[in-house]
Design a protein around this ligand. Structure first.
Ligand SMILES: [Fe+2]
Ligand SMILES: [Fe+2]
Length: 155
């Protein structure tokens, strides 16, 4: 059962220079402090925390068969926002960053193509793999983007 199932989930609109995005505060509040801060950009850090929380939920027993779908939707929402910033700011490392996002998209799509009975058997290794990928990404390639955004007039 998802941890937040019995909680009220408030969705706020958050204005960023490239548009209004929804922030789901129930996910954010639940895991606040559980993961180190990943960015000085509020929307970017909040979304990373939600992604880590979703990846953590893959391990939960009983396995929630919808969790990979929710992770895919939320990751897409996050990647599109980062990519919109990159395009708007003409970020010089945009191509490599989008290639990295595409790898994650492909990995998740391949997982979703797999027989769901396999997910139950592999839930720890799926979660660990995605956690490691995301941690490397947010503390590496995303940090470069964060620095660039923070130095721009769009911060
Ligand atoms: Fe990110
Ligand atoms: Fe990214």
């Amino acid at each position: 059962m998802p941890r937040y199932q019995n909680r009220t989930c408030q969705i706020d609109e958050y204005q960023t220079p490239v548009g209004v995005i929804p922030l789901t505060w129930c996910d954010f509040i639940l895991d606040i402090g559980a993961m180190q801060k990943t960015s000085d950009i509020i929307w970017q850090d909040t979304q990373h925390q939600v992604l880590f929380s979703l990846i953590d939920q893959i391990k939960e027993v009983p396995f929630d068969p919808d969790i990979l779908v929710r992770l895919k939707l939320y990751a897409e929402h996050h990647f599109i926002l980062e990519e919109t910033y990159m395009q708007t700011l003409e970020y010089p490392h945009m191509e490599a960053h989008i290639v990295a996002h595409d790898r994650f998209r492909e990995e998740l799509a391949a997982m979703l193509d797999t027989d769901p009975s396999m997910h139950v058997a592999l839930q720890i290794s799926l979660s660990d793999f995605l956690y490691k990928w995301l941690k490397l990404h947010v503390l590496g390639i995303d940090k470069k983007l964060e620095d660039f955004v923070m130095k721009s007039s769009y911060k």
